[in-house]
Ligand binder design. Sequence first.
Ligand code: TXE
Length: 500
Amino acid sequence: MSATPALPEQGLSWLLAREGEIGFRVSAARAAQRAWALVPVAERAERLAKAGDALISRMDEIVAVIREENGKREVEALGHEVGGAVGAVRWTCANAPRLLAAEAAPVTWLPHRKPVIERVPLGVCVVISPWNFPVSIPLGQIVAGLVAGNAVLLKPSEWSPRCGALVVDLFRDCGLPADLLQLVQGDGRVGAALIDAKPEKVFFTGSLVTGRKVMAACAQFPIPVSLELGGIDALIVCDDADLELASSAALWGATMNGGQVCASVERILVDERVVDAFMGRLRAKAERLDPSDVGPCSMPLQSKVWERHLADANKRGLNVAKYGAVSLIDGPGVEASDVYRDETFGPIAAIATFRGDDDAARLHNDTDFGLTASVFSADVDRAERLAKRLDAGLVSINDVAATMHAFAELPWGGKGSSGFGRSHGEDGLREFTMPRVIDRPRGGIPGFKRPWWYPYDGDQVELIRAFVTIVGDRHTGRRVRSAGKLLTAFASMMRRSPRL
Ligand code: TXE
C-alpha cells in the first residue's frame, strides 16, 4: 500500500487560487449540465452503462489501485468495490428511465386542468467522498447524479486520490459533454471551497464531525445536502439464536474491511442467558482468524482512534481481549465506554448483555446513531418484531450487513448521527432530482375566466360552498343537493356580473 498522501500544506494564496479555479469549474459544469439535461433519460442511461463495462474490463487494474492505496483485501476490493459499483451502474441505468419518467397527477379540485409531475435535475452536484470505499461510494453517487441530468464534481478523500481519479476515468468512454463530470482533488479546504461555489446539491459521506461542518456551510446559501455518516451498529444475539452462525457473523461483521465500515458491527448485544456460550465460540474463532484476512488501517489517523478507545477501556477496568488483529471488549460498565458510545471504525467490538427483547431494543436504541443492525433468533417472526423496534435504516435477520451499501436496489442510509438522505434505490436516485409540476389545460375545455376570480359576490360564495361540499362531504344526499346549488349559482353568475 503506497504511503498515504502528504496533505498539501499550501498557504492562503494557494487556497484563493483554488477557490477561483473552483468557481470557474462549477460555472463550466453548469453550462454543460444545461445541455445534458436535454438528453433523454434513456439515452443518458445508455451512455452511462459504459462505465459498468469499464468496471468489468478494468477490474484487475481497479483492484490493484485500491489495494495499493487502501490496503483492502482482494476479495473485499472485488466484492465490495467493483461488485458494488457495477451493481449500482447496472441497476441505476436500468431503472432510471422508469423512475424519472413524468407522471400524470390528476387533482380532484382541478377537473379542468391536467397536472404532470416531472423529475428534473438539480443542476451541479458536488460529491464529497471518503477513503474507506474509495470506488463504490463515489461511483454510485456519480452515476445517479448524471443519469438524473446533473453535472457532478467529485472530491475524493485526500487519502485516496488515485482511486478518485480512476473513478472519474471509468466514465471516459461514456460520451459525456466536457466539464459535466469533473475531478477536484484536495483536502477538506477544497471540499469547503466547493460548497462555497454554491452548487445545487452536496452529497457528503464521512464523519459526523465533518458532516456537521458541511451541513453548516450548506445552510449559508441554503444548499440541499445528503449526509451519509458513521454508525455504531449492533448485532443482537437473542437467547434462542444459532450461536454458531451468530458468532461467525459477528467476527466478520466487526472486522471486514479492517472494521472501517460505517455499517460494521461495533457493538455485540447478547442475551445474558447465552453470553458465555456465545463468547466461547466468538473467542475461539477470533483466535483461529488469520490476521492477514483482516485489512490494515487505511488512514493513519484512524489508528489513533483505536488506541484512544482501547486506552479508555483499559482505564475503566474492562476486559480487553486481543486476538491477532481483533479486539473484543466487555465487562461491567462497558456501555459507558468510548468504544461503545463512539464510532471506533476498526477491528474492535464492544460486547454488552441484555435480558429479553424489550431490554435488547432499549440497549440498541440507547445511542444517537442509527445506521444498520442485525438480529439473530431461531424465530424469524420474533426477530422481525424486534427489528421493527430498532432505530436503524437497515436491519438484517440472521445475517449481518446483508442489505448493505453494495446493493443498489435498496435505499442506504440511517437516522440521527448517522445522517440523513439516501443513496441507492429509488429514494437515492430521487435525491438527485427535484419534482416539478406543469399543469396544462385539459384538452377541449375553452379558456374561461374562473368563477373564483373577481368580483367576489354572493353567487360566488354559494358556488364555492357547493363545490367544497361536493368534493369534501361524505354524505351523498348533501353532495347531490350541492350539485344543484352549484349549477344555480353558476347560471346566475354568468347572467349577472361579468368576471374581471
Ligand atoms: O472523514 P472526513 P475521514 C468516519 C469514520 C472515520 C472518520 C474520519 O468514523 O473515523 O469519519 O474519516 C472531506 N468541507 N467515516 O477523515 O473528515 C474530506 O476531504 C467539505 C465514516 O475520511 O469526514 C473527505 O473527502 N469537505 C464514513 C471527506 O470530507 C470536507 C466513511 C470525508 O472526510 C471538509 C469515512 C469540510 N470542512 C469516514 N472536511 C462512512 N459513512 O462510511 C473534510 N472534508
